[in-house]
Design a protein around this ligand. Structure first.
Ligand code: CA
Length: 218
């Protein structure tokens, strides 16, 4: 399993490389964006760990070039603490996941495993819909480039609806997605979540199909 690590902080780069070695990964390490783009374009990696603040082309540009060239390599972005806008820009530019510095190595390993698992199956897209962006993997939601913190059930509901725009989702199906089979559900719980989502985003986001369920228009 070959990973490209792009990180200009020597101590951090060394630390990550050392930590990943026993996991059986082959880690190639570069310290600037231009070399990274060149390597990712001409060689084959299962995954890239990409710092955003890099000399000779920042990580965001690397990512944009990659995705513009339809390079599907899974990318985990490393961002500075509190740089929410970086995180969103990274996801918008096609990052598959992100980690905020400083992070626990155990978490990095878990994220890599998840990313690799995913890349062997169907890649999950970040959903974009009329200013809303929802990332199923990181569970980050934003609206007009501002992060929105959704309670778990609202996140799941929005995810279900955005995954299939134009299609009516029945109440039964939505309730199952939100609550599983053996969870007690208040009869108006779904209405309440829909109401909250409309308020947090915009009223026309979710259309009611009387007697059937809900949908977001295509
Ligand atoms: Ca850096």
């Amino acid at each position: 399993m070959r990973i490209l690590l792009v990180e200009d902080d020597t101590a951090l780069g060394e630390g990550i490389r050392t930590a990943l070695k026993p996991e059986g990964y082959t880690v190639d390490w570069l310290q600037d964006g231009a070399s990274a783009l060149h390597a990712l374009t001409h060689e084959s990696f299962e995954l890239a760990i990409l710092d955003l603040g890099l000399p000779r082309m920042d990580g965001l540009q690397v990512l944009k070039h990659l995705r513009a060239a339809a390079n599907p390599v899974p990318v985990l972005v490393l961002t500075a603490r509190d740089a929410t806008s970086d995180r969103i820009a990274g996801l918008d530019a096609g990052a598959d996941d992100y980690l905020i510095k400083p992070f626990d190595v155990a978490e990095l390993k878990a994220r890599l495993r998840a990313l690799l698992r995913r890349s062997f199956n169907r890649p999950q897209p970040v959903f974009s819909y009329r200013g809303i962006s929802l990332d199923p993997v990181s569970q980050a939601v934003s609206y007009l480039d501002k992060p929105v913190n959704l309670p778990r059930k609202e996140f799941l509901l929005l995810h279900e609806l955005l995954a299939q725009p134009g299609r009516v989702m029945t109440r039964d199906k939505l309730q199952q997605a939100l609550y599983g089979w053996d969870e007690e559900v208040e009869s108006n719980a779904l209405e309440v979540h829909v109401h909250h989502l409309r308020k947090k985003f915009f009223p026309e986001l979710i259309r009611t199909v009387r007697g059937v369920g809900y949908l977001v228009d295509k």
